[in-house]
Design a protein around this ligand. Sequence first.
Ligand code: GDP
Ligand code: MG
Length: 418
Amino acid sequence: LGRKLNAALSSLNRAPIVDEKVVDATLKEITAALLESDVNVKLVASLRQKVKAKVKAAFESSDKSKDANRRNTIQKAVFDELVHLVDPGVEPYKPTKGKTNVIMAVGLQGNGKTTTCTKLAAHLTRLDNPRQKRRLHTSFKKERFEVIIVDTSGRHKQESELFEEMVQIGEAVDPNMTVLILDASIGQAAEAQSRAFKETADFGAIIVTKMDGHAKGGGAISAVAATKTPIIFLGVGEHLHDLDKFSPQPFISKLLGLGDMQGLMEHMQDLATQNPDKQKEMAKKLEEGKLSIRDWREQISNVMNMGPISKIASMIPGLPQELLQGSDEEGTLRMKRMIYITDSMNTLELDSDGSPFMEMGKDGKPIGLTWRVTRVARGSGTSVREVEELLCQYRMMANMAKQAGGKNGWLSAMQKMQ
Ligand code: GDP
Ligand code: MG
């Protein structure tokens, strides 16, 4: 799904002119990709309409705006609507300290309840991960968190018996939160299944398992919409640590090849041990949403020094998915090209948020590109289109950093959780 969505956005980036035709073509590709991965037809149709309405309004309000700006509008609309799909706007239960928190897992047999309960326990303790041990001491253990995870068997031929047992266990353990464990591979059936469980067990969170397989996963997204319940984790393998924290923005961002800010933050924390001052500064900028082109460039070159790009590159915001295709050597070459482009920028440009490259209209909105773009393209032996694309990617990243940062952003929410 990710590759297809990214392909749609990439062809949008390559289109010389962004008019209604291009918008329609992009939306067609995006809806096809979503349908193929089993997202509910109605949801896809409504997404398409909403994006279209947003883009249309933007086009009409600033008809002088040029293609780069239009691309941004479309990308942002797609991004926001996809986030909306996986974000029911409900906060999941968070374990509180000083009391016993009971979490109960429900779901059909084989969906991965037992596996997930084990993973969850490992996640909450992280006893076998020395790096996470520090966090354990500052949060769960020191602050006297108690979490009890209750697995259920779900081994019944009749669904009614399963639900009956679930109710009985629920009454006995009185859970603070019930989690529905959904297998990503069930596709469209996820919606009916989650509705049925919601009626009996009223779960407050969903964990989608087997996201690592060739599962389509889109059905699970539809389940979120159908039950207005947040996904909290994804199961991504059979092993103890194959559990990823789920948050709507980073998930969609990664899906679209726009990077994973959360992963990046974590990675930067690792790097902090190597160069504490520098990385602290960078993390602060990320939080404040004030990353300049120079900072972004530094992230890219950091990645290049860190070994296999395929592993790390997907975390860097604004890196196109194409960079990840092909061999690591090819990926390095492509990244070098991005570095070449920024190498041809001067101090003013590097320390900017990209605005020197934009020609502003009277209303303060960008209406085109300045001569600087041509100069950079010449200097780096690339094309105006490539420089424009790089600026586009940078701006997407910067927008996301801004959304992620601040008091209400998910970055701060994430830090509070730790
Ligand atoms: P339960 O019946 O709901 O308790 O399901 P289990 O926990 O016994 O899991 C059923 C099967 O799914 C086992 O073979 C697990 O290894 C496998 N499984 C569970 N979660 C994942 C996952 O995230 N990825 C993959 N690939 N397999 C998983
Ligand atoms: Mg089991």
